[in-house]
Design a protein. Structure first.
Length: 312
Protein backbone atom coordinates (compact mmCIF):
# COMPACT_ATOMS: atom_id res chain seq x y z
CA UNK A 1 0.00 0.00 0.00
CA UNK A 2 1.34 3.42 -0.92
CA UNK A 3 1.20 6.39 1.43
CA UNK A 4 -1.30 8.03 -0.93
CA UNK A 5 -3.56 4.98 -0.57
CA UNK A 6 -3.19 4.94 3.22
CA UNK A 7 -3.94 8.67 3.49
CA UNK A 8 -2.51 11.14 5.97
CA UNK A 9 -4.43 9.92 8.99
CA UNK A 10 -4.03 6.29 8.03
CA UNK A 11 -0.27 6.86 7.88
CA UNK A 12 -0.27 8.64 11.24
CA UNK A 13 -2.30 5.84 12.78
CA UNK A 14 0.12 3.21 11.53
CA UNK A 15 3.12 5.15 12.85
CA UNK A 16 1.58 5.94 16.25
CA UNK A 17 0.63 2.30 16.77
CA UNK A 18 4.34 1.41 16.67
CA UNK A 19 5.47 3.93 19.29
CA UNK A 20 5.85 3.23 23.00
CA UNK A 21 5.52 5.50 26.00
CA UNK A 22 8.28 6.60 28.35
CA UNK A 23 8.28 7.71 31.96
CA UNK A 24 8.64 11.38 30.99
CA UNK A 25 5.60 11.28 28.68
CA UNK A 26 2.45 12.54 30.36
CA UNK A 27 0.48 12.83 27.11
CA UNK A 28 1.67 11.32 23.86
CA UNK A 29 0.41 11.50 20.27
CA UNK A 30 -3.28 12.19 19.65
CA UNK A 31 -3.83 15.78 20.77
CA UNK A 32 -2.69 19.13 19.39
CA UNK A 33 0.52 18.84 21.40
CA UNK A 34 2.23 16.37 23.69
CA UNK A 35 2.93 16.91 27.38
CA UNK A 36 6.35 15.89 28.65
CA UNK A 37 7.47 15.97 32.27
CA UNK A 38 10.29 18.44 32.98
CA UNK A 39 11.23 17.61 36.55
CA UNK A 40 14.34 19.77 36.41
CA UNK A 41 12.33 22.88 35.48
CA UNK A 42 14.52 23.35 32.40
CA UNK A 43 14.16 21.66 29.01
CA UNK A 44 17.13 20.96 26.74
CA UNK A 45 16.08 21.06 23.07
CA UNK A 46 17.80 20.32 19.78
CA UNK A 47 16.66 19.75 16.20
CA UNK A 48 18.15 18.19 13.09
CA UNK A 49 16.96 17.46 9.56
CA UNK A 50 17.83 14.60 7.18
CA UNK A 51 17.20 15.01 3.46
CA UNK A 52 17.31 12.09 1.04
CA UNK A 53 20.26 12.36 -1.30
CA UNK A 54 22.05 14.67 1.08
CA UNK A 55 22.09 12.74 4.35
CA UNK A 56 21.03 9.24 3.34
CA UNK A 57 20.25 6.99 0.40
CA UNK A 58 17.56 4.35 0.51
CA UNK A 59 19.67 1.96 -1.55
CA UNK A 60 22.36 2.13 1.14
CA UNK A 61 20.19 2.08 4.26
CA UNK A 62 16.90 0.43 5.19
CA UNK A 63 14.10 2.46 6.80
CA UNK A 64 14.93 1.22 10.30
CA UNK A 65 18.58 2.20 9.79
CA UNK A 66 17.52 5.70 8.76
CA UNK A 67 15.23 5.91 11.79
CA UNK A 68 18.15 5.02 14.07
CA UNK A 69 20.36 7.61 12.35
CA UNK A 70 17.75 10.36 12.54
CA UNK A 71 17.14 9.76 16.25
CA UNK A 72 20.83 9.41 17.12
CA UNK A 73 21.75 12.73 15.52
CA UNK A 74 19.45 14.50 17.97
CA UNK A 75 19.81 12.33 21.05
CA UNK A 76 23.60 12.78 20.90
CA UNK A 77 23.17 16.57 20.97
CA UNK A 78 21.14 16.27 24.17
CA UNK A 79 23.76 14.02 25.74
CA UNK A 80 26.48 16.49 24.74
CA UNK A 81 24.85 19.09 27.00
CA UNK A 82 25.15 16.69 29.92
CA UNK A 83 21.42 15.92 29.80
CA UNK A 84 19.30 12.78 29.49
CA UNK A 85 16.97 12.62 26.46
CA UNK A 86 13.27 12.36 27.26
CA UNK A 87 11.28 12.74 24.04
CA UNK A 88 11.39 13.14 20.27
CA UNK A 89 9.12 15.07 17.90
CA UNK A 90 9.29 13.97 14.26
CA UNK A 91 8.15 15.75 11.09
CA UNK A 92 8.03 13.47 8.06
CA UNK A 93 7.74 14.77 4.48
CA UNK A 94 7.32 11.90 2.03
CA UNK A 95 6.61 11.21 -1.65
CA UNK A 96 3.03 9.91 -1.90
CA UNK A 97 4.12 6.87 -3.90
CA UNK A 98 6.34 5.59 -1.11
CA UNK A 99 5.21 2.28 0.37
CA UNK A 100 3.60 2.72 3.77
CA UNK A 101 5.70 -0.12 5.19
CA UNK A 102 8.78 2.07 4.64
CA UNK A 103 7.33 4.71 6.99
CA UNK A 104 6.50 1.97 9.50
CA UNK A 105 10.11 0.77 9.40
CA UNK A 106 11.32 4.32 9.94
CA UNK A 107 9.05 4.63 12.98
CA UNK A 108 10.44 1.36 14.35
CA UNK A 109 14.01 2.65 14.02
CA UNK A 110 13.20 5.99 15.63
CA UNK A 111 11.39 4.31 18.50
CA UNK A 112 14.13 1.71 19.06
CA UNK A 113 16.95 4.28 19.18
CA UNK A 114 14.97 6.54 21.52
CA UNK A 115 14.22 3.53 23.69
CA UNK A 116 17.93 3.04 24.35
CA UNK A 117 17.75 6.06 26.68
CA UNK A 118 14.16 5.64 27.85
CA UNK A 119 12.85 8.36 25.51
CA UNK A 120 9.84 8.09 23.19
CA UNK A 121 8.43 9.73 20.09
CA UNK A 122 5.63 11.91 21.47
CA UNK A 123 4.32 13.62 18.32
CA UNK A 124 5.12 15.33 15.06
CA UNK A 125 3.66 16.06 11.64
CA UNK A 126 3.43 14.62 8.15
CA UNK A 127 3.30 16.17 4.70
CA UNK A 128 3.58 15.17 1.07
CA UNK A 129 6.87 16.18 -0.56
CA UNK A 130 8.80 15.22 -3.71
CA UNK A 131 11.90 14.89 -1.51
CA UNK A 132 11.89 12.53 1.46
CA UNK A 133 12.78 14.66 4.50
CA UNK A 134 12.87 13.78 8.20
CA UNK A 135 13.07 16.54 10.81
CA UNK A 136 13.54 15.50 14.43
CA UNK A 137 13.45 17.58 17.59
CA UNK A 138 14.79 16.07 20.81
CA UNK A 139 14.02 17.16 24.36
CA UNK A 140 16.08 16.38 27.44
CA UNK A 141 16.37 16.79 31.21
CA UNK A 142 19.46 18.14 32.96
CA UNK A 143 18.63 16.38 36.23
CA UNK A 144 19.58 19.33 38.38
CA UNK A 145 23.06 19.95 36.96
CA UNK A 146 24.34 22.85 34.89
CA UNK A 147 24.51 22.31 31.12
CA UNK A 148 27.97 21.56 29.76
CA UNK A 149 28.58 24.24 27.17
CA UNK A 150 31.22 24.74 24.50
CA UNK A 151 32.79 27.83 26.04
CA UNK A 152 34.31 26.42 29.24
CA UNK A 153 37.58 24.84 28.05
CA UNK A 154 40.71 26.29 29.67
CA UNK A 155 44.43 25.90 28.93
CA UNK A 156 45.74 22.85 30.76
CA UNK A 157 42.54 20.84 30.33
CA UNK A 158 42.72 17.44 28.68
CA UNK A 159 40.61 16.56 25.64
CA UNK A 160 38.89 13.17 25.78
CA UNK A 161 36.65 11.20 23.46
CA UNK A 162 33.97 8.62 24.24
CA UNK A 163 32.74 6.41 21.43
CA UNK A 164 34.03 5.15 18.11
CA UNK A 165 35.17 7.58 15.43
CA UNK A 166 36.00 7.27 11.75
CA UNK A 167 33.97 4.09 11.30
CA UNK A 168 30.91 5.72 9.71
CA UNK A 169 33.02 7.91 7.43
CA UNK A 170 34.92 4.85 6.28
CA UNK A 171 31.62 3.04 5.69
CA UNK A 172 30.35 5.96 3.62
CA UNK A 173 33.46 5.84 1.45
CA UNK A 174 33.10 2.09 1.00
CA UNK A 175 29.45 2.45 -0.06
CA UNK A 176 30.19 5.37 -2.36
CA UNK A 177 32.79 3.24 -4.18
CA UNK A 178 30.17 0.56 -4.81
CA UNK A 179 31.22 -1.96 -2.15
CA UNK A 180 29.31 -3.45 0.80
CA UNK A 181 32.20 -4.67 2.93
CA UNK A 182 33.89 -4.53 5.42
CA UNK A 183 30.64 -5.12 7.30
CA UNK A 184 31.98 -3.42 10.45
CA UNK A 185 32.36 -0.11 8.61
CA UNK A 186 29.19 -0.30 6.52
CA UNK A 187 27.09 -1.19 9.56
CA UNK A 188 28.65 1.72 11.46
CA UNK A 189 27.48 4.10 8.74
CA UNK A 190 24.00 2.62 8.76
CA UNK A 191 23.51 2.68 12.53
CA UNK A 192 25.49 4.83 14.97
CA UNK A 193 26.57 3.31 18.28
CA UNK A 194 26.35 6.29 20.64
CA UNK A 195 27.38 6.28 24.31
CA UNK A 196 24.49 8.46 25.49
CA UNK A 197 25.06 7.95 29.25
CA UNK A 198 28.56 9.39 28.83
CA UNK A 199 27.08 12.89 28.51
CA UNK A 200 25.59 13.11 32.01
CA UNK A 201 28.61 11.17 33.28
CA UNK A 202 30.96 13.82 31.88
CA UNK A 203 28.93 16.53 33.61
CA UNK A 204 29.29 14.71 36.93
CA UNK A 205 33.05 14.33 36.35
CA UNK A 206 33.40 18.10 35.93
CA UNK A 207 33.69 18.45 32.15
CA UNK A 208 34.47 22.05 31.26
CA UNK A 209 33.09 21.77 27.71
CA UNK A 210 31.55 19.09 25.50
CA UNK A 211 30.30 18.54 21.96
CA UNK A 212 28.69 15.83 19.82
CA UNK A 213 31.14 14.99 17.05
CA UNK A 214 28.73 14.84 14.13
CA UNK A 215 30.60 16.62 11.33
CA UNK A 216 34.26 15.78 11.98
CA UNK A 217 36.47 15.76 15.07
CA UNK A 218 38.75 18.65 14.10
CA UNK A 219 35.88 20.80 12.91
CA UNK A 220 33.76 20.18 16.00
CA UNK A 221 36.69 20.67 18.38
CA UNK A 222 37.19 23.92 16.49
CA UNK A 223 33.78 25.04 17.76
CA UNK A 224 34.96 24.47 21.33
CA UNK A 225 38.25 26.26 20.63
CA UNK A 226 36.46 29.26 19.15
CA UNK A 227 33.80 29.47 21.87
CA UNK A 228 36.38 29.05 24.66
CA UNK A 229 39.02 31.29 23.02
CA UNK A 230 41.70 28.62 23.32
CA UNK A 231 43.77 26.33 21.15
CA UNK A 232 43.34 22.56 21.03
CA UNK A 233 45.98 20.04 20.00
CA UNK A 234 45.09 16.47 19.04
CA UNK A 235 47.58 13.60 19.13
CA UNK A 236 47.56 11.18 16.19
CA UNK A 237 49.01 8.39 18.31
CA UNK A 238 45.95 8.43 20.57
CA UNK A 239 43.91 6.70 17.84
CA UNK A 240 43.98 2.99 17.10
CA UNK A 241 42.29 2.31 13.75
CA UNK A 242 40.86 -1.23 13.58
CA UNK A 243 42.34 -3.66 11.07
CA UNK A 244 39.25 -3.46 8.85
CA UNK A 245 39.65 0.31 8.58
CA UNK A 246 43.34 0.06 7.75
CA UNK A 247 42.65 -2.60 5.11
CA UNK A 248 39.86 -0.54 3.54
CA UNK A 249 42.03 2.58 3.53
CA UNK A 250 44.82 0.74 1.75
CA UNK A 251 42.46 -0.80 -0.81
CA UNK A 252 40.72 2.52 -1.52
CA UNK A 253 43.82 4.69 -1.44
CA UNK A 254 42.61 6.79 1.50
CA UNK A 255 44.53 8.09 4.50
CA UNK A 256 42.61 6.53 7.43
CA UNK A 257 43.30 9.64 9.52
CA UNK A 258 41.05 11.61 7.18
CA UNK A 259 38.21 9.37 8.41
CA UNK A 260 39.33 9.60 12.02
CA UNK A 261 39.94 13.34 12.18
CA UNK A 262 37.45 14.71 9.65
CA UNK A 263 34.73 12.06 9.29
CA UNK A 264 31.25 12.42 10.76
CA UNK A 265 28.13 10.41 11.65
CA UNK A 266 29.58 8.31 14.48
CA UNK A 267 28.44 10.82 17.14
CA UNK A 268 31.06 10.21 19.83
CA UNK A 269 31.18 12.78 22.60
CA UNK A 270 34.28 14.97 22.88
CA UNK A 271 34.84 16.81 26.15
CA UNK A 272 37.49 18.76 28.01
CA UNK A 273 38.29 18.01 31.63
CA UNK A 274 40.43 19.76 34.24
CA UNK A 275 43.90 18.24 34.68
CA UNK A 276 44.05 15.52 37.29
CA UNK A 277 40.51 14.22 36.78
CA UNK A 278 40.42 10.41 36.74
CA UNK A 279 38.42 9.32 33.72
CA UNK A 280 36.75 5.93 33.18
CA UNK A 281 38.37 3.69 30.57
CA UNK A 282 35.72 4.45 27.95
CA UNK A 283 36.91 8.07 27.92
CA UNK A 284 40.14 8.19 25.89
CA UNK A 285 42.45 11.21 26.22
CA UNK A 286 43.27 12.42 22.70
CA UNK A 287 44.79 15.84 23.25
CA UNK A 288 45.08 18.98 25.31
CA UNK A 289 43.84 22.54 25.56
CA UNK A 290 46.46 25.24 25.01
CA UNK A 291 46.83 28.98 24.95
CA UNK A 292 46.19 30.19 21.43
CA UNK A 293 43.52 29.56 18.82
CA UNK A 294 42.34 26.87 16.43
CA UNK A 295 42.99 23.14 16.31
CA UNK A 296 46.28 21.45 15.49
CA UNK A 297 47.43 17.86 15.15
CA UNK A 298 50.72 17.03 16.89
CA UNK A 299 51.22 20.82 17.24
CA UNK A 300 51.07 21.31 13.46
CA UNK A 301 48.30 22.59 11.15
CA UNK A 302 46.19 19.81 9.60
CA UNK A 303 45.73 20.03 5.82
CA UNK A 304 43.59 16.94 5.20
CA UNK A 305 40.17 18.58 5.63
CA UNK A 306 38.41 19.12 8.95
CA UNK A 307 34.80 17.99 8.46
CA UNK A 308 31.42 18.28 6.76
CA UNK A 309 29.89 21.60 5.70
CA UNK A 310 26.39 21.50 4.18
CA UNK A 311 27.04 24.55 2.03
CA UNK A 312 30.66 23.98 1.06
Amino acid sequence: MSIAEAGEFGLIGRIVSRLGSGSATLLGPGDDAAVVRAADGRVVASTDVLVEGRHFRRDWCGPEDIGHRAAAANLADIAAMGATPTALLVALCVPTGLDVTWAEGLADGLSAEAGLVGATVVGGDTSASPTLTIAVTALGDLGGVAPVRRDGARPGDVVALCGRIGYAAAGLTVLSRGFRTPKLLVDAYRRPDVRYPAGPEAARLGATSMIDVSDGLLQDLGHIAEASVVGIDVRRDSFEPPAQMLDAAKALGVDPYVWLLAGGDDHPLAATFPPGVTLPEHWRVIGSVLDGAGVTVDRKPWTGGTGWDHFR
